[in-house]
Design a protein around this ligand. Structure first.
Ligand SMILES: Nc1ncnc2c1ncn2[C@@H]1O[C@H](COP(=O)(O)OP(=O)(O)O)[C@@H](O)[C@H]1O
Ligand SMILES: [Mg+2]
Length: 373
């Protein structure tokens, strides 16, 4: 996947900017608070997803303006091979809440205006944002999200599966909660209802775990190899799916845990309680990893996510790496700067010196004004 050009208008602090990225590496440097992350976020919106920073649509429009406009020209690997194919022209608009057309809308090649979410799958990208460091130290939910988000991007059916599971889980939790709130259904009736929901949960839950395991089997060797190279063998990363049940065992587990769940007033088992263990030399990274090691773990995972997507879909995602170089030693920086050359990659940094050697495109962002260096 390749971004050929991007024009930005009234996006956050960027009044107007024009970017012609390199085939491989593009560096955006500048001091803090100048708009570097804003520019990466604008590129990310072309995936059809919401802001990776969790920014609401209203916050994306430059203060005092009715809407932001992004005009991009993109090319899929397939199009690139068949040289005569025209690039896609994407026009994405973010309307402020009080504008005639609020929210994110898009039109491709001058076609009908649709919701931006309709872009899903047409511009794959992987983003590294310093907030992702919580993947290592944070709660299991973040790690499950990492797996589930990747699976949703790769297999449209996964989202349906996941939603079915969550719907049944919500019903189950509501039923279990009522029992502790004292509005009691007859015990036998409640058990019967729970059993019905557990059948559904077991079916969807097994499928979810199975997809996660299969994805991890593809991801693991890639992530470990990345880490090995990044740390030049200093330590070994391994990934382990922290399962509550072996394949086929969820029905049994749900049956066994029912009395406990009734007492606890909430569901206690299933893939929504599982985790992904990240280990460095066999020890939990959560407990022992230094800042630099955490960063290296997350980077290895993110690069593996992109490589896995490339091998499954044939399209290598665009890499968006925000503030990726801080806290890495020179060896790790050097490795990344060479690795990043392979695919189209955007990197932001407040340190210009790291990039003096690069043959990529270098831009400077200053107060929302983008200039080519
Ligand atoms: N909707 C908006 N309108 C105007 N400025 C904004 C808007 N949203 C964010 N900003 C400004 O963008 C700047 C932060 O840009 P950012 O890309 O995070 O900086 P950095 O270069 O450090 O990555 C802040 O000065 C912030 O006030
Ligand atoms: Mg930033």
């Amino acid at each position: 996947m390749r971004l050929l050009s991007l024009e930005v208008e009234n996006y956050r602090n960027i009044a107007s900017a024009s970017l012609t990225p390199g085939r491989e590496l593009t560096v955006i440097c500048g001091n803090n608070g100048q708009g570097k992350t804003n520019l990466l976020e604008a590129i990310w919106l072309l995936t059809g997803g919401k802001s990776f920073r969790g920014g609401k649509d209203a916050e994306l429009v430059r203060r005092g303006e009715p809407f932001a406009v992004l005009k991009a020209s993109t090319l899929r690997a397939q199009q690139e091979e068949q040289e005569k194919e025209e690039p896609n022209r994407v026009r994405l608009t973010v309307g402020a809440p009080d504008s005639p057309r609020p929210g994110r809308t898009v039109s491709v090649n001058g076609g009908a205006v649709k919701r931006a979410a309709s872009l899903a799958g047409s511009f794959p990208a992987v983003v590294f944002d310093p907030g992702h460091l919580s993947l290592v130290k944070g709660a299991p939910e973040g790690r499950r999200k990492f797996l589930d988000a990747a699976l949703c991007q790769l297999y449209p059916g996964y989202l349906t599966l996941y939603r079915r599971y969550v719907r049944a889980l919500q019903q189950k939790n509501a039923l279990l909660r009522r029992s502790s709130n004292g509005i009691e259904r007859p015990y036998a009736e409640k058990r019967a209802l729970l059993e019905v929901l557990n059948v559904e949960l077991a079916q969807q839950g097994e499928a979810i775990q199975q997809r996660r395991r299969a994805y991890l089997a593809a991801l693991s060797p890639l992530a470990c190899a990345n880490y090995e190279e990044l740390s030049r063998g200093a330590e070994t990363l391994s990934l382990r799916y922290a399962a509550q049940f072996e394949p086929g065992g969820l029905v049994q587990l749900l049956r066994q845990k029912m009395p406990e769940e009734l007492r606890a007033g909430q569901s206690l088992c299933g893939p929504h309680r599982e985790d992904l263990d990240l280990l460095l030399d066999g020890q939990p990274a959560k407990v022992y990893a230094s800042q630099g090691q955490q960063r290296s773990v997350v980077l290895s995972l993110k690069m593996a996510e992109a490589a896995a997507a490339a091998s499954i879909t044939g399209e290598h995602p665009v890499m968006l790496l925000d503030d990726v170089l801080s806290e890495l030693d020179d060896g790790r920086k050097q490795y990344l700067l060479t690795r990043m050359r392979e695919k189209q990659t955007f990197v932001t940094s407040c340190d210009d010196t790291a990039f003096l050697k690069t043959d990529g495109e270098v831009y400077r962002m200053n107060g929302g004004v983008l200039t080519k260096v």
